[in-house]
Design a binder for this molecule. Structure first.
Ligand code: SAM
Length: 234
């Protein structure tokens, strides 16, 4: 998979993408992540990427030209190729106005060959970018971040871990929260008794049938307690 990220703060990605699973997935060639600085595609000598909003109002809005220019030149396209480009690349605008990211959408995106992620700042991005350049608008939750970079990191992290081979044991990603429609069962490790707080007996007995049944019960119990909406019980 190839992921291109368009941002005015490219350095923000260095550490999160250099460590752990994401770092290793790149080293092993399972994913190629390129971070592009939108400012380098600004048209004027001051490299201006924002301007005041038409109609008035607070703050600044990101200009469309540097963003179109960045995306088109990274994929070696012209404006006349836009529709073709959108057929081969999912061009995703990170925005609180987007479709809320969930595990279903994550699975869908993990099957794509190329993702382009556009990160906004300030009051957001000129609407023509969403209308004419993007295939999707995605939000990471019903709250407002100061920029799209952290949202892009969230999306990249959960998509990349679904690429076959990234997570060592494939069962880890097929049996986890949301994938089966509910939250995961509680997990314990050694010591079996910590300050008198004991690990449930059933997990120590080695009866796999019993353990499976207990885990299913616990998963449903915790989902009912914390996220009844997942069971349609709200
Ligand atoms: N004025 C915008 C609004 O009210 O919808 C919010 C702009 S926000 C301060 C700046 C940028 O952060 C957005 O353009 C977007 O890229 C990113 N952002 C903020 N919240 C986000 C969220 N929940 N999901 C994805 N991106 C978000």
């Amino acid at each position: 998979m190839r992921i291109d990220i368009f941002t005015i703060f490219p350095r923000m990605f260095q550490s999160p993408f250099g460590e752990s699973l994401l770092g290793k997935a790149q080293e092993r060639g399972l994913v190629r992540i390129n971070v592009h600085d939108i400012r380098e595609y600004a048209l004027d000598k001051h490299r201006q990427v924002d301007d005041v909003p038409f109609g008035g109002g607070p703050g600044m809005v990101m200009k469309p030209e540097p963003i179109f220019k960045a995306v088109l030149s990274v994929y070696d396209c012209s404006f006349s190729d836009l529709e073709k480009l959108k057929k081969r690349v999912r061009v995703i605008l990170l925005t609180p106005r987007g479709k809320r990211l969930d595990q279903k959408l994550v699975h869908e995106l993990a099957n794509e060959e190329t993702l382009a992620l556009i990160c906004g700042r300030y009051e957001g991005i000129d609407e023509r970018v969403r209308e004419h350049l993007c295939t999707d608008s995605v939000s990471v939750g019903d709250y407002v971040l100061s920029g799209g970079e952290i949202a892009a990191m969230v999306l990249v992290d959960c998509v990349v871990r679904l690429i076959p081979g990234v997570v060592g044991n494939q069962e880890s990603v097929s049996e986890e929260s949301f994938t089966c429609g509910y939250l995961e069962y509680p997990q314990y490790t050694r010591p079996a008794d910590y300050r008198g707080w004991k690990v449930p007996e059933v997990l120590l007995g080695g009866n796999h049938q019993e353990i499976k049944r207990w885990r299913k019960e616990q998963a449903l119990k915790i989902t009912r307690e914390l996220r009844p909406d997942l069971l349609g019980e709200e």
